[in-house]
Design a protein around this ligand. Structure first.
Ligand code: FCB
Length: 463
């Protein structure tokens, strides 16, 4: 029987734009994702987050679901334009009240609030002023963090500054498959830097406002990069620099990796990095959030065969892999989830052990892991999502293997509590352990939710 450590933090995760809806209520301003989803052709089926899971109006019901699941923590994100409609200036009270009720509702149910400040919904006004490639956005982000620290700092258990800045920078500004749909590689690297800087400034702001017991964190979608053969070592190095060390370097060591600067020299001279920025990005963290779905396989491109680009991040016209023109992203063997992502939990164990090796002493939490499948509601109303249970079981086992080998992993959050707006895929991809009926908004527990409840209650994986 596989058993987890006693105080292991079991949770589920969601993000504001994916679940809240109420996109134009109570003074909320527009975000880049409203603009993106309202642009014809960018999201599958023309879906938008206008209503999403209507979580904004069904807060109590969803809180009760969390309590019934028995989770010890809930990871949600704050919609920046809900609390600061234009991304600067005074707070929008009704918007802030929603998060205050959410946090109080969690605490009343003995669930630790884990708040992500930025899960991709930049206020549109800040994008109009240049977005993340514009340095001022990092300053605005820190101001917003201070505001949130002032408001909720006495009650939030863990603050996560950014969710997957990889996606914000490269999918938002290089490949353009995410908001704000720009395809400007140099701007994407400037965005990357201002996200790193914004993270550091936000941690600093939160440390002065939040309770001293509050944990500071950031969530990265680190890529576990493997080469097809030993000849692909340089392709692995390049992808690793761009995907992982571009964030780990400044945030944890206070410096960008030299090879990254050299690799991208034809794209930018990095003059947007000012003296002191790297030190400002590097603030001591209490825990590192790791999102993991599948590993990445690369090969040095021979320049003649058709170049494979199966990185799992949708084919935009441009690549998110800046200055990696000679790197191929190779399709990996199945089985696959509905996202087309291969299922390979060994990457999670290896990734956790690498972090443990490279950054000893920094506790880790899996802030997202889960799978989309085309669930079927059976005639008896049950959703027998055996494949999702199998995916979760495999990955949780992989976590225990990393723990047994020495990694300090403190918690695990399933993505996601409920089916929601899966960005450019709209509602077509269902990641929830709870089903949301798109017509009635009714929530129904899938078999995986019942399974997870048992895991949480016992701290063991049922055989
Ligand atoms: C991650 C995102 C999350 C969700 C999952 C499937 O990249 O952080 O919002 O979309 O992927």
């Amino acid at each position: 029987m596989i058993t987890f450590p006693e105080n292991f933090l079991w949770g589920t995760a969601t993000a504001a734009y994916q679940v809240e809806g109420a996109w134009n209520e109570d003074g909320r301003g527009p975000s880049i994702w409203d603009t993106f989803s309202h642009t014809p052709g960018l999201v599958t089926n023309g879906d938008t987050g206008d209503v999403a899971c209507d979580h904004y109006h069904r807060l109590e019901e969803d809180l009760d679901t969390l309590a019934a699941l028995g989770v010890r923590a809930y990871r949600f994100s704050v919609s920046w334009p809900r609390v600061q409609p234009g991304g600067s200036g005074p707070v929008n009270r009704p918007g802030l009240d929603f998060y205050s009720r959410l946090v109080d509702g969690l605490l009343a149910r003995d669930i630790a609030p884990v708040a992500t400040l930025y899960h991709w919904d930049l206020p549109q006004e800040l994008e109009d002023a240049g977005g993340w490639p514009n340095r001022d956005t990092a300053e605005r982000f820190a101001e917003y963090a201070r505001l949130m620290g002032d408001a909720l700092g006495d009650r939030v258990h863990t603050w996560i500054t950014l969710n997957e800045p990889w996606c914000s920078a490269y999918l938002g500004y290089a490949s353009g498959v995410h908001a704000p749909a720009r395809t400007e590689p140099a701007a994407a690297l400037a965005a990357l830097h201002h996200l790193n800087l914004g993270h550091g400034l936000a941690v600093q702001a939160l440390r002065t406002t939040a309770a001293s017991s509050a944990q500071m964190s950031v969530t990265l979608n680190l890529h576990h990069v493997r080469g097809v053969s030993e000849r692909d070592a340089d392709a692995v190095r390049r992808a690793d620099a761009l995907a992982n060390r571009a964030f780990l370097g400044p945030m944890l060591e206070g410096a960008y990796p030299r090879d990254l600067i050299a690799d991208t020299a034809s794209v930018t001279d990095w003059s947007f990095v000012r003296d002191g920025d790297e030190a400002a990005a590097c603030r001591s963290l209490d825990v590192l959030g790791v999102n993991y779905y599948n590993p990445t396989l690369v090969r040095q491109w021979d320049g003649s065969s058709r170049r494979e680009t199966a990185d799992g991040h949708q084919d935009g016209t441009a690549s998110p892999w800046i200055a990696c023109e000679d790197v191929e992203f190779v399709r990996q063997p199945g089985p696959y989830t509905e996202m087309g992502w291969n299922i390979d939990e060994s990457g999670l164990t290896e990734l956790l052990l690498r972090l443990h090796r490279d950054h000893p002493g920094l506790p880790l939490v899996i802030t997202e892991n889960g799978a989309a499948f085309a669930d079927v509601v059976d005639a008896d109303g049950r959703i027998r999502d055996e494949r999702r249970i199998d995916y979760l079981r495999r990955h949780l086992t992989a976590v225990t293997e990393a723990i047994a080998a020495g990694a300090d992993v403190r918690g695990y959050f399933v993505w996601s509590l409920m089916d929601n707006f899966e960005w450019a895929h709209g509602y077509a991809k269902r990641f929830g352990i709870v089903r949301v009926d798109r017509d009635t908004m009714r929530r129904t527990w899938k078999d995986s939710a019942h399974w997870y409840r048992e895991v949480v209650a016992t701290g063991k994986l049922p055989s």
